[in-house]
Design a protein around this ligand. Sequence first.
Ligand code: AGP
Length: 634
Amino acid sequence: MCGIFGVIGSREVSSLIIDGLRKLEYRGYDSAGLATIQNLNKNQFGELLIRKSQGKLINLSNLIKEKPIQGHLGIGHTRWATHGKPNEKNAHPHIDFTGQIAVVQNGIIENHRDLSKRLKLKGIKFNSETDTEIIPHLLGLEIKNLLDKGLLTNGQTLLSAVQNVLSLLEGTYSIGVIWAKAPDALVVARRQAPLVIGCGEGEYFCASDSTALVGFTRTVLPLEDHEVALLTPLGIELYDENGNRQYREPSLLRGTELFADKKNYRHFMLKEIYEQPETAQLWIDRYMPSGVPAENLVALPISKSSIEKIERIQILACGTSRHAAMVGAYLLEQFAGVPTNVFFASEFRYSPPPLSPNTLTIGVSQSGETADTLAALRMEKQRRDAINDPDFSFHQLGITNRLDSSLARELDHVIDIESGIEIGVAATKTFLGQMLSFYGLTILFASHKHKRSTQEILDFSNELRMVPKQLLDIIKKHDALSKEIARLFVETKDVIFLGRGINYPIALEGALKLKEISYIHAQGYPAGELKHGPIALLDKHVPVISIAIPGVVYEKVISNSQEAKARDARLIGVAPHGPESEMFDELFSIPKVSEWISPLLTVIPLQLFSYHIASHKGLDVDQPRNLAKSVTVE
Ligand code: AGP
């Protein structure tokens, strides 16, 4: 989603901003722009310069080569269109009616229609269709008002204007603001959309994501909700929403995990698929170290006494994270015996179920910034806190890949899946990391609630320990096969994915991956549902991918697959080799593992299959059209 990058210091900033925006590209965008305050003119004020372009960042950087733009202060933006088409006119930064104030915004200003009506009545003309443009105009009016009251033309006045204007805005957003008449001030603010400040040597940065700061600084200060900050070359002034000065120590970005390097892979997505054996091994080494007693097999941030108390679990997530949650819910109910429900976070926030006592709420989000998931979690906390009954208190757990995210900061207990930065918009290794976290929780709940014998738990965890090696073999084997058969599906318009039980969420995930990156329509169904409607779609043009793993529903899935084949559908199996697998036209063979463990393996050929179709079609695999890595708006 939209990305903000700003700099104030003593170096020329335009190339720094392009560099920062490049590191935010993976979030998804469709146009880009930047504004700088050029050297002081004879009135001692700077001049605001703007460059914008539609499409990829390379267009903006070419434009800047043709028409260079100078200045030691600037803000840049990658826009993911919400209000108005993705064109140059709607690209940020937006400027006010005086042409001296520039604003970049990530998020949505919900009351922009009312505010723009009021501004139009004052004779202000709008140049874009965006919700953002009201902000510079409101700031223009407010600055005039403050100057009339005798305030000085400086950064403090810009700060006051921003503080006053923020009180008029409704919605969730983060912003960066510069003013030609205050060439030593960059003002930033955050309301539920991420923004982090970076502290360099005599220079300061702001960015939507700490990954953009790598290479500039490792010292960061994430803004808290409703905070506003004034950045100057000399330091940071931080304020809460009531204007009280805040003092907080910056922290250090950890390790090298934030460096995104494609190595020799053609796309980040392929690299990330290949990283999964390592992701799994690191997860196991960290959370299931060998040689510990059976009752203590997993080290996750949830205590034995909490687990004993929990009677029910509810999981809030979106997209792929919700599919991981569905695998988790199956395990928690069927293996550990804990009633568990999974909700679309976007639905939960407006139609939550009646409150149940002793309930653990789990929020799952690889980015930790998904607006719907965060809002659903906040709403759940609020309604539980409101009734002030210990049985209904907010037991919380987050599962994320970003410890620096809003989700990780807002929840008291967090499982860091530590998959390393994921750049491909289509989640792969983080899905695996999320599922593994649910396997860990399942072991803990089954063991502390005495739902399974020690032997059953040991067998389950021993099988889990074998997964990294099995992943390695599957990736090696199926990369070539999926590449070969992908060619057959380039013209395909619809694909049906079938799975049952614990592999039903994998059918959903397979379909989502295919839609996201190859733009082929795909649906995942529980195999038993096929004959209740979707079978009408089947003919030789609609392939069916069937996940058939020996276990509770194996025979059923095999018969459902046969029903599809009888309708001339080309049948692709994700199944172990055996007599039944003969019926598949193509087979992605899976080692003979228990049904419990199988989703960790069955998803891999589906990821590779989608990847190779998209890559064969020459599509932008890592940044598919219309999608964003971090969905920070509702
Ligand atoms: C996954 O491939 C998708 N890009 C998308 O469905 C994603 O899982 C969803 O937007 C949730 O994101 P999160 O995990 O960052 O919350």
